[in-house]
Design a protein around this ligand. Sequence first.
Ligand code: PNW
Length: 501
Amino acid sequence: MASSKSTLPKDFIWGFATASFQIEGSLSTDGRGKSIWDDFARTPGKTLDGRNGDVATDSYRLWKDDVELLAKFNVKTYRFSIAWSRIIPRGGREDPVNPKGIEFYSQLIDALLEKNIVPFVTLYHWDLPQSLHDRYGGWLNKEEIVKDFARYAQARILHLQLSFRSSSVYYRGTSHKLHHRLTMNEPWCISILGYGRGVFAPGRSSDRARSPEGDSSTEPWIVGRNVILSHASAVKVYREVFKPVQKGEIGITLNGDWQTPWDDSPENVAAAQHALDVAIGWFADPIYLGQYPPYMREMLGSRLPEFTKEELKLVKGSSDFYGMNTYTTNLCRAGGDDEFQGLVDYTFTRPDGTQLGKQAHCAWLQDYPEGFRSLLNYLWNRYHLPIYVTENGFAVKDEDSMSLEQALNDADRVHYFEGTTRVLLQAIHEDGVDIRAYFPWSLLDNFEWADGYVTRFGVTYVDYETQKRYPKQSAHFLSKVTAFQMSPVAQELTVFSLQWF
Ligand code: PNW
């Protein structure tokens, strides 16, 4: 007889994650305005093989297929993002709201609720309205962007509230407790990849071969501060206007991998903490603790944009939970000049020459579940808030020579999820970490940003010729494991006895 250690907590929710620009396509349909990713992806040299998001997985048209898949996989929740420029095509607080955009997400939400799948919505997953970038510099302009984001949040939150109200299914089948929203996805990526390295839209960087303008020594840090403030302003609106009625939760999701010393030398032990401070603490410390990590100040001096006293009051405590996107672990060595990693060198090669884990088709990702467990413990001990794992996944390469059958037999990804679901349970039961949700990335293969379509993260294979969806072994694995974990009739089965292969 299995112990309770093998089961997930009663209110635990799980489901898959996606993002608007990576799946929707139909970029000029029904009044959608341009986003910074539209033309960036169409610019030669910015994405692998020059691929773009014009069609992606065609989910703006095929969203019903996606909902069917989710139902088939037995999920409790679905994390998707709303395209700002579908709701307010020009983005700004004086600009009109687009009823067709509202309608699109409204019907998606209603269809999810009909199937008892709770929407877990992200407001911003990198598709800034182009018009805001052109008019005033987008994320670089604190005075404008903070107000515009709060207005967008208000339009969107209001719409969701109406939609929930119209759905009796929602009141019958689910509770307000399961009602969550995220403001931003991964501020580190927005700031560093968009304004530092210049590899994501809007592609600004000091590297003149890459970008005609930009300053990688100042802009990422300014953008980071403005993203934090925009998040906090949206949360204020939600808490003041909507929370009293909806009783829902709101928070932010940060990316961050586990950082561990390459060896036990004091400088490498310090390096791992520096890497955590810049990858995670830069955002999490102001939001949860009310101040930047001291190392950020030490590294950047006056280039670190300060918050005013009033701003800090708005920021501290502005997330109801810890939203965590995590994929891998880095071995850290002191040295190097990469401020975006805290002046730390990352490697996957241990001192004895072995690799940390299986390499994904993504330079930055190896399979190492123990790091996931360490990170869960670190975040719980440092911030003391319930953790929602909002992304976690593994990429494989799409080989031309592969048959469909081979592509569906994604053993490496299954191995990855066996590891992460195992340590997730250990963190809950053995370490006492309060973890409330788990969202594997991603429901579908999709537009993997600068890596185009060759890098596949989906648990569902997408044939881009036909747009047909085919569940992979990993989808079966995850829906079986999590369904059994949560079903009262199957409480006696352990995750380990559910090995599928
Ligand atoms: C996340 N890195 O992005 C995003 O939230 C998703 O949209 C994306 O598809 C997924 O992870 C897989 O890449 C990241 O360079 C992009 O460390 C890059 C990094 C981390 C996360």
